[in-house]
Ligand binder design. Structure first.
Ligand code: IVH
Length: 667
């Protein structure tokens, strides 16, 4: 089969598999088979860019970066719906319709908590995706929409059509993203809606691609163009074309059935994989819709029933301050324990002084609590009407609650810090972090045990974790520490010694180095001692490492105390090499500084760069004594001369082709 035909075939198989999985929720091929075919397609497309198809699934991985969001004017305005909040108001809506229309039918749908999108297809191919904006003019988010796997890039028919629906993030995806953000020291995303909206408002589509967004399609603005007479037919028609329509949509015949639908949805809501914030009720017959018409703002033929807000009231009994491992001071709400969506809440972070002032919280206030994005407890507001004068104002502290050092506030920042690096609270948090799941993962060493060991002078340095066996007797004499417990701790410490370098780098708490950055560093420098000799420039050349971070990492490894610590850890048998992703190791590339000059025939420069980086190579711009390898293509520049002069290893075009093909086969 010639390459063009094979590309067509692969695109067809992969798109069908995507549709089966993301739209129909059924898999016919395994993930491994899918990945294998996708890799074959990537390689073929790279070799034959002239055959790349518009609907190729490789367009979904992101990569397109726009410099700004262009405006898109909606041919038909994107309206939102009027809200109703209880059964009576739902009935009134139906009665208003029944006054003008005999025996109307309604389609009830879930109101998906996300953001609406308008999608345009020409000749069956996706040409644009736009946000609602102000309803008249939205923003062009086509580059991000293409990364959403449940949105077809090509329809089953070659027609021109516009459809509308909701882009959203599943509860599970938000949970995973937030777990990672917390590990990295980033603030968690507030809720699924903000998370989805924030993801499509990214200029770089790689970010949206990573956010795992999904979509349900629920509206056809021009049904008459396709001879469609009812909304339920429009839904079926869109499904036929390959769009993902929600299986819970239901055609009902009267207001009692609407109420039944609402009640059933309310009971199913918590078990759904995505958030819904209500029910949308639409008159089914399109002629009748026209007859009902519009108010100045909304259609009169549809309404949105909003579920009551899941907020619970409780008392804010105190605001206490905690000290993080970086010294950051956080005010926390102490609450009378209440159950919110199945779990007991007695604490909630109040982030910083400005946040408490903005919310106007006073100690003793009745406050409403909810769980943002179903995960993080949040104080929504103070019920100021319930105040009786006994409430006490919030006062920000000026001394560390633990070591009493005067707090500092860096210019332009909202947070206060305890500057004392020996502050016990900071040290305890530091050690808790070192032993935590995302770092060295020392099972059995919970927060309280670490605090005990710190107070007993058993753990005063990272190295002390690996000397715990010296304290076995002492620990066994403590109340609550039996042989089983201490054996378990010592076993975990022994296991932790074999952790991959990225975990150690994360655990050491270098400023700004989260789990993800630690992995990137370890991929580039798979042995910790390599970091003793890197320059700020080397580090800044790594994708995802900015100048501030590069500076922090550099300073950390230049500090003699830190080097002493690392050498001691090595002496104690702690692994300091990167042991993950061994397969992505290549002797010529991993941790090497590589310069590319001239035009290489094997592939485009961005592709080669990406490939080298995925093997831990650092692609730099200029040749210096520190350069390890120079790839030379046709018409090389002065870099080639300089490399020769400095005696640096050079690969010519043929050798580069060989190397790249070798890397590709392992990719
Ligand atoms: S229909 C003219 N159906 O809720 C009809 N909207 O205030 C327009 N939404 O802006 C919308 N799920 O973002 C419709 N099944 C659904 C929906 C839905 C969520 C959102 C949409 C709209 C807002 C209505």
């Amino acid at each position: 089969m010639n390459p063009s035909e094979r590309i067509k075939e692969l695109v067809k198989i992969l798109n069908q598999a995507n549709h089966d999985y993301y739209v129909l929720d059924e898999s016919k091929i395994t993930d491994q088979e899918f990945d294998k075919l996708l890799r074959e397609l990537i390689v073929l497309e790279e070799k034959y860019p002239e055959y790349v198809l518009e609907d190729s699934p490789t367009k979904r991985v992101g990569g397109e970066v726009v410099s700004k969001f262009n405006k898109i004017t909606h041919n038909i305005p994107m309206l939102s719906l009027p809200n109703v909040f209880n059964e009576d108001e739902v009935k009134e809506f139906a009665e208003r319709i029944e006054k003008e229309i005999t025996n109307p039918k309604y389609v009830c749908e879930y109101k998906i908590d996300g953001l609406s999108v308008s999608l345009k297809y020409v000749n069956g191919l996706l040409v644009s995706g736009a946000t609602r904006g102000d309803g008249q003019v939205g923003e062009d988010i086509t580059h991000n929409v293409k990364t959403i796997k449940s949105i077809p890039l090509k329809l089953n028919k070659q027609i021109d059509i516009e459809v509308r629906g909701e882009i959203y993030m599943s509860k599970e995806t938000l949970k995973k993203i937030n777990e990672e953000r917390v590990l990295n020291g980033d603030t968690p995303l507030q809720n699924v809606r903000n998370a989805a909206a924030g993801s499509v408002r990214q200029l770089d589509s790689k970010i949206a691609a990573k956010r795992n967004l999904e979509a349900w399609i629920y509206h056809l603005p021009n049904p008459e163009d396709y001879g469609i007479k009812t909304h339920h037919e429009a839904l079926a028609f869109m499904k036929e074309l390959g769009f993902r329509t929600n299986p819970n949509n239901k055609l009902v015949s009267n207001k009692n059935e609407i109420i039944e639908y609402i009640n059933e949805a309310a009971t199913k809501r918590d078990d759904l994989p995505y958030e819904i914030d209500g029910i949308v009720i639409k008159l089914d017959d399109l002629e009748m819709q026209k007859k009902m018409g519009y108010t100045s703002k909304y259609p009169r033929w549809a309404t949105a029933y909003k579920f009551p807000a899941q907020e619970v009231l409780t008392k804010l009994t105190d605001i206490i301050f905690t000290v993080g491992r970086t010294g950051q001071i956080t005010p926390n709400a102490v609450l009378d324990p209440v159950i919110v969506m199945g779990s007991t809440i007695s604490r909630a972070t109040l982030h910083n002084e400005d946040y408490v002032i903005m919310k106007d919280l006073k100690i003793g206030d009745t406050v409403s609590i909810h769980k943002a994005g179903d995960v993080i407890p949040e104080v929504v507001e103070a019920k100021t009407e319930r105040r009786d004068g006994s409430e006490k104002p919030f006062v920000m502290i000026d001394k560390c609650p633990i070591c009493e050092t005067k707090l500092i506030k860096k210019e332009g920042q909202v947070d206060y810090y305890c500057p004392n690096t020996n502050c016990p609270a900071r040290s305890i948090e530091k050690f808790i972090h070192f032993a935590s799941k995302g770092a060295m993962d020392i099972d059995g060493l919970g927060d309280e045990i670490i605090e005990d060991f710190y107070n007993l002078n058993i753990i005063k340095s990272y190295t002390d974790f690996f000397k715990l066996f010296n304290h076995k007797e002492e620990i066994m004499n403590l109340e609550g520490y039996g042989l089983k417990k201490i054996t378990n701790i010592l076993d975990s410490v022994e296991n932790a010694k074999h952790s991959s370098l990225d975990r150690l780098l994360f655990g050491l708490g270098i400023e700004g180095v989260g789990a993800k950055t630690a992995k990137i560093i370890a991929e580039h420098y798979p042995d910790i001692r390599l970091l003793y000799n890197v320059s700020i420039e080397d580090l800044s050349n790594i994708k995802d490492i900015g100048p501030i971070l590069a500076n922090n990492i550099y300073n950390y490894f230049q500090d003699n105390e830190n080097r002493k610590l690392i050498e001691e850890l090595i002496d104690l048998g702690v692994n300091t090499t990167y042991t993950l992703n061994k397969t992505k190791y290549n002797e010529q590339v991993t941790s090497k500084k590589i310069v590319i000059t001239g035009t290489l025939s094997v592939a485009s420069r961005p592709f080669i760069k990406e490939l080298l980086e995925s093997f831990g190579g650092v692609v730099v711009e200029s040749v210096s004594k520190k350069t390890d390898l120079v790839l030379v293509g046709e018409n090389p520049g002065s870099k080639y001369e300089k490399a020769k002069e400095l005696g640096i290893k050079i690969l010519d075009d043929n050798e580069v082709t060989k190397l790249i093909n070798e890397l590709k086969s392992e990719y």
